[in-house]
Ligand binder design. Structure first.
Ligand code: C2O
Ligand code: CU
Ligand code: CU
Length: 495
């Protein structure tokens, strides 16, 4: 059990007949793996000079010997890891040298609406968008990605995403922190390739319902990479950067590891786990002890299609040992490095202090796809727009769906009657208070900006301390990018 979600509860709501087409396809492992884990360069983005990220087309080798046309921020595929420190100001210029409008959304950052880089922050080829914001949030593993309405799925899939690390120099955590040595970023994504090595992406028909699922898992743009690590404690910052795939990570030998952070910051104390579920856009930091290892250790994920997602539920599967697939391999002793030799007993986690809510808001994640309503909308519009929604309405850039008051705490009751969705809110982090009516322990869940919602519903405490006006509102949406692009998104102001 991780995050209080076990794999069983990731099963899809609704009746079996409806659910059958949603089965997550098993990765096929068509491609060869085994390359060294690529480590994105790290750039300080809070210096006197702005960091420039030029978004452009590139050509990237996911497996040795193939060339795949991609997109990236500054790099051929994905972007550098940006580092900002609490108490300083971020300065990032994003230059658009792609052939289409793009944006750079700072996912999880506490920035005002006008710096958020959401759909209203899209900018044309040849233009530059300058992000300038004060960093005043706790240490966390955040990320950035394009967020152009209707194009987020394809742009992120092709590579417009990267990590944004917030550090807090005033609150040392005692965790491994040697980037690329004992502090490794892992951006986990599923991709599919055609016979010429080009990325395959589509959102038609049933693919829209499940979200796009690739058959090959990549980490930092490499298939089943191998990372040399010191024989000691190693911190892994895992981002599920996939468009739609859910993972349940663990190690091939079933070893225990410790989760030390979730989406928006540290946990109060390390939490021992043997597996860890991450939905699209969720992050977790874990610390693994490789000090006694003389053989490679594999990071694996449960295979939902064969064992978990549908298992134990209405599909009647799930018996026997769960099947797994490989994500990456670690070779302890392959690298030298020194770092802490013991896990801290407690961590400088942000407090849970949102207080009592002043109002309650109901949010329902709706799917009309596959219904008569959905096919009618699709015929009328010639696109997927309109077939997904929130509270019965599909996303409209010209409509404000909610108005929040700055600094007021609200209780949001989020429901997802049809299937499981990762729900994300901009401009804040929130606290999960209950899932299916069961209280959630904030000490193990942590501060979140994405939460998995299924038919049982979730309650979260939300307080936004950043302003957002009608011209540049904040988004709330499903982070299955195909659902978001098809309209499962709403926008709100904060004043
Ligand atoms: Cu990760 Cu609205 O985004
Ligand atoms: Cu976001
Ligand atoms: Cu969704």
């Amino acid at each position: 059990d991780s995050h209080g979600i076990n794999r069983r509860t990731l099963l899809l709501g609704g009746c079996a007949a409806l659910a059958a087409p949603f089965v997550l396809t098993s990765p096929a492992f068509a491609a060869e793996g085994g390359a060294a884990l690529p480590i994105p360069p790290i750039l300080d983005a809070d210096g006197a000079q702005p960091v420039t990220l030029t978004a452009r087309a590139g050509s990237h080798s996911f497996v040795p010997g193939t060339k795949t046309p991609t997109l990236g921020y500054e790099l051929d595929y994905l972007g550098p890891t940006l580092r900002v420190r609490r108490g300083r100001s971020a300065r990032i210029d994003v230059v658009n040298r792609t052939g289409d409008e793009i944006s750079a959304h700072w996912h999880g950052a506490f920035v005002p609406g006008k710096m958020d880089g959401g759909p209203q922050g899209a900018f044309a080829p040849g233009k530059t968008s300058s992000a300038r914001f004060d960093v005043h949030q706790p240490a966390a593993t955040l990320w950035y990605h394009s967020h152009v309405h209707g194009k987020t799925g394809t742009q992120v899939y092709h590579g417009l995403a990267g990590l944004l690390l917030v550090e807090d120099p005033a609150a040392p955590d005692g965790l491994p922190a040697d980037y690329g040595v004992n502090d490794l970023p892992l951006v986990v994504q599923d991709r599919s390739f055609d016979s010429s090595g080009r990325l395959v992406y589509n959102t038609s028909g049933m693919t829209l319902m499940s979200g796009f699922l690739g058959n090959t898992i990549c980490v930092n743009g490499a298939v089943r990479p191998v990372a040399d690590v010191p024989r000691g404690l190693v911190r892994l910052r895992i981002l599920n950067g996939s468009n739609a795939r859910f993972y349940d990570f663990g190690f091939d030998d079933g070893r225990q590891f410790h989760q030390v952070a979730s989406d928006s910051g540290l946990l109060p104390a390390p939490v021992a786990r043997t597996h860890l579920a991450l939905a699209p856009a969720e992050r977790a930091e874990i610390v693994v002890d490789f000090s006694g290892d003389n053989a490679p250790v594999r990071l694996v994920s449960a295979d939902f299609a064969r064992s978990g997602m549908m298992g134990g539920g209405m599909m009647g599967g799930g018996s026997g040992a769960p099947a797994t697939y490989d994500i990456a391999t670690f070779v302890p002793g392959g690298a030298a490095g020194t770092g802490p030799t013991a896990l801290p007993v407690s961590l400088p986690a942000p407090p849970f202090d949102l207080g009592a809510p002043v109002r309650t808001r109901d949010i329902r994640l709706d799917m009309h796809a596959g219904t008569m309503m959905g096919s009618m909308l699709r015929r009328l519009t010639g696109s997927n727009g309109g077939v997904m929604g929130i509270n019965g309405r599909s996303y409209d850039m010209g409509r404000i769906d909610a108005e929040l008051k700055l600094g007021e705490t609200e209780l949001w009751r989020v429901a997802a009657p049809m299937m499981t969705h990762p729900f994300h809110v901009h401009g804040c982090s929130f606290q999960v208070v209950s899932r299916g009516g069961q209280a959630v322990d904030p000490a193990t869940e942590g501060h979140k900006d994405v939460v998995v919602v299924d038919a049982r519903g979730v309650e979260i405490l939300v307080r936004v301390d950043q302003k957002a006006d009608r011209a540049t509102p904040f988004m709330m949406h499903c982070h299955i990018l195909e659902h978001e692009d098809a309209g499962m998104m709403a926008q709100f102001t904060v004043a």
